[in-house]
Design a protein around this ligand. Structure first.
Ligand code: XMP
Length: 325
């Protein structure tokens, strides 16, 4: 397959078009791979999940998926990967809980770029170690999509597995590389993946690591994960999940004074970021009804240990980037 999308290629918008695409890709992948084994880093994001489901259809157990939990996933995400791929799709899935490795390395590191480098570097190390344990791998599958090719130094560049050591370079299998994101989602639905996976928001490779600001500590990371889960639950319940492109919590490394049960209560603020955008280059702020904001504030401050305030970020991009980092 070339890296250029032919002008004649129809945009995949319906289940029928998705089925035709899937049938064609199954044939192409089978022809490319034969009876060899394929390795895939399965993050649980939309692109790698769709590639995994497609390859399971095409080559079954010849696909080996490796899911590295770096300890910076959103609440429930690694569990969902295991449930969907190992339990429902009967995939060959290697699950690696590398939480301690990542968090130990990140201890005391507060510089954003340094944190990113540590997370990216360690990810490759863990993945590489797992790959070496496996025998007879000939191909590496990747969830590259068309925008990644068009802007090859785009947002994905810093978290794709592009940095494997020399001797670990395999021939690539990239079945969705000519598709736009919306098409990948239609294909994912046709493959039977759950909506929670296919409609998932973009999630940075370094995960909650870019939202737990400054030096990450386990207690603050835990508070962030719990607060973020409440935000997602309330957005889902109140119909905001389909209206807002990306929403999450960031927790800075600072405390302020509060009061709880008549006692002084120092805690971190949870910052709500909820933006709309087409391409993540610019972003606007979606209006959230005050009633919902009050409810979310009430839940987070009462249910999450260590959080004593909830703030709303009203800054468009530019000038604020989407992530706080
Ligand atoms: P910023 O913060 O630059 O983010 O306005 C723009 C979009 O990119 C996402 N983002 C990432 N996505 N790997 C990714 O795949 C990353 O390392 C990464 N960092 C930021 C961010 O969530 C937003 O959607």
């Amino acid at each position: 397959m070339s890296d250029v999308r032919p002008a004649s290629m129809e945009r995949i918008t319906t289940p029928q078009l998705a089925d035709a695409f899937i049938a064609q890709q199954i044939k192409e992948v089978q022809a490319q791979v034969g009876d060899k084994k394929v390795l895939l880093a399965l993050s649980g994001g939309v692109d790698s999940s769709v590639v995994a489901a497609l390859l399971i259809k095409a080559i079954g157990k010849q696909l080996v998926c490796v899911h590295v939990n770096h300890g910076l996933m959103r609440k429930g995400e690694s569990e969902e990967v295991i449930e969907v791929f190992r339990n429902q799709l009967d995939a060959n899935l290697v699950y690696v809980d590398a939480t301690d490795r990542f968090l130990n390395l990140l201890e005391g590191v507060d510089e954003p770029e340094k944190k990113r480098k540590i997370i990216g570097g360690e990810f490759i190390k863990v993945f590489d170690e797992e790959a070496r344990k496996l025998e007879g791998i000939s191909f590496l599958a990747q969830g590259t999509i068309y925008p990644d090719i068009l802007e090859s130094d785009g947002v994905k560049a810093h978290h794709n597995v592009g940095g494997l050591p020399e001797e670990m370079q395999f021939e690539l299998v990239e079945p969705v590389k000519l598709l736009y994101k919306d098409e990948v989602r239609v294909v994912g639905k046709a493959l039977g993946l759950p909506a929670s996976m296919v409609d998932r928001q973009p999630f940075p490779g370094p995960g909650l690591g870019v939202r737990c600001l400054g030096a990450i500590t386990r207690d603050r990371l835990h508070a962030l994960r719990e607060a973020d889960a409440i935000l997602r639950e309330e957005f889902d319940k109140n119909g905001l999940a389909t209206k807002v492109w990306q929403y999450f919590i960031a927790v800075p490394d600072m405390k302020s004074v509060g009061v709880k049960d008549d006692k002084r209560y120092e805690g971190w603020p949870a910052i709500i970021r909820a933006v709309n955008t087409k391409d993540a280059m610019t972003a606007t702020i979606e209006e959230i009804p005050y009633e919902i904001l009050h409810h979310i504030t009430n839940r987070i401050t009462h249910e999450v240990d260590g959080i004593n305030r909830v703030l709303l970020d009203l800054t468009p991009k530019p000038i604020g980037t989407i992530e706080w980092e």
